[in-house]
Design a protein around this ligand. Structure first.
Ligand code: AMP
Length: 423
């Protein structure tokens, strides 16, 4: 029997990885423009890091982590998200001494044992960014601006939803009110929400069960409980966004799956993905660095889901693939040997040369050149080579012209005569 990939783990094939690369390149470009530097983190961490950072009552820690015991009995976990690791590294390397504000980004795989479905995998990839060191609303707005600019550059139609989750002053009052509300609707809540109501009542706003959605339609919302400082903070974030003409909407039910968020929380939603329509989530986590043993440094961050964005970009059917500078179609073995040298000469200088090695007839090779979007094809046959020439076909103009294939010419000269630039 053939061995297949593990459920929820997938291969990214070339057609898709080309889009993936382009997405990553754009993200790097905007992250750099906004002053972020990359941090490359390990995939495995001590289990207690996630238990402490993400929260014991979250879905991730309760049932989704890939946790295993190492040979020395240490409990290790494949990272389910990146923020905890960034903060662990921030504290471990005392990065707070180096810069008053640290702007870090990471790109890489995350692991969660969720039920796989379209747009949801057990290994998936995130592009994440964190700003540590300042809690000014300007910082929150800057992060949202970066997302807005990146999604605009990718030509994706998205909705940015924001909410404020308050702080340690205003949150307890809301929790109490929500708990009382939940108790009055207990029978209508799912078993999960019932079990969590006492420990973490906020979760009932986040539950996807239709019954819970209905039962909590008129639940007390956080925005009504914000203390004056949180209220002003949230107002100013929104004012900055309006100032820069960023479209967004306030969603008072937006809670997010992790316990560590406070104040500004946000999600970016996209159409065309079905139920898994969130392409990015994030928010402020001012107490987290201290909670993990570091100084009282505020932070905010986001994580973009790469697979979902790639799905969107694919469905746009745009031309993402790189086109060959030249397609070489050798018609026999001798021509192929010669073509091998021509290709090498040009590739050495960084030209993208597609050398057809199918040994098929000219027609089939031309079809492939067309499919790859090559503008020029160099046809090499025995007769032509005998007189030191090949034929260049301009696929766009649909014209042929002879080319002296001279391996002593510099690569750039050769490309120029292929493109008829010197004639
Ligand atoms: P989170 O870390 O849960 O806030 O998720 C941030 C983003 O990562 C989401 O908006 C999704 O785009 C993506 N994401 C989260 N979980 C998965 C998953 N299991 N499979 C694919 N993408 C995911």
């Amino acid at each position: 029997m053939n061995i297949s990939a593990v459920r929820g783990f997938r291969d990214v094939l070339p057609q898709e990885s080309a889009i993936w690369q382009e997405l990553e390149a754009q993200a790097r470009r905007y992250l750099t423009a906004y002053g972020f530097a990359e941090i490359i983190l390990p995939v495995v961490e001590k289990t207690e890091l996630f238990a402490r950072a993400i929260g014991e009552t979250t879905d991730i820690v309760e049932k989704e982590m890939y946790t295993f015991t190492d040979r020395d009995d240490a409990s290790l976990t494949l990272r389910p998200e990146g923020t905890a690791s960034v903060i662990r590294a921030y504290i471990e390397h005392s990065l707070f001494h180096k810069e008053p504000v640290s702007k870090l980004f990471y790109i890489g795989p995350m692991f969660r044992r969720e039920r796989p479905q379209k747009g949801r995998y057990r290994q998936f990839h995130q592009i994440g960014a964190e700003i540590l060191g300042r809690d000014d609303p300007l910082i929150d707005a800057e992060l949202l601006l970066l997302l807005h600019d990146l999604f605009t550059a990718l030509q994706l139609t998205i909705t940015i939803e924001v909410n404020s989750l308050g702080c340690t002053l205003c949150r307890p009052r809301h929790r109490e009110s929500l708990r009382t509300f939940g108790e009055s609707r207990l029978a209508a809540l799912c078993a999960n929400c019932q079990a969590r109501l006492q420990r973490n009542p906020l979760r009932i706003l986040d539950c996807k069960e239709p019954g819970c959605r209905q039962a909590t339609a008129d639940a007390p919302m956080l925005t009504a409980f914000l203390c004056p400082a949180c209220g002003e903070h949230f107002d100013r974030v929104q004012a900055y966004l309006r100032q820069e003409q960023v479209c967004f909407s306030v969603n008072p039910r937006l809670v997010r799956g992790l316990d560590y968020y406070c104040r500004t929380s946000f999600e970016v939603l996209a159409q065309g993905l079905g139920a898994q329509n969130a392409v990015c989530g994030g928010g402020r986590y001012d107490g987290l660095v201290a909670q993990l043993g570091g100084p009282a440094v505020p932070g905010i961050g986001f994580a973009i889901g790469v697979e979902r964005l790639v799905m969107l970009l694919q469905s746009h059917e745009r031309q993402h693939l790189l086109h060959p500078d030249l397609f070489i179609a050798p018609l026999d073995e001798r021509a192929e040997t010669y073509a091998f040298s021509v290709a090498h000469r040009l590739r050495q200088e960084g030209y993208y040369i597609e050398l057809d090695s199918s040994r098929r007839g000219l027609k089939a090779q031309m079809r492939r050149a067309d499919k790859l979007g090559a503008r020029y094809v160099l046809i090499l046959g025995e007769q032509e080579l005998a007189v030191g020439k090949g034929t260049i076909r301009d696929m766009q103009a649909k014209t042929d012209h002879p080319l002296a294939v001279d391996l002593t010419l510099p690569a750039q000269k050769m490309m120029e005569s292929i493109q008829l630039k010197n004639i």
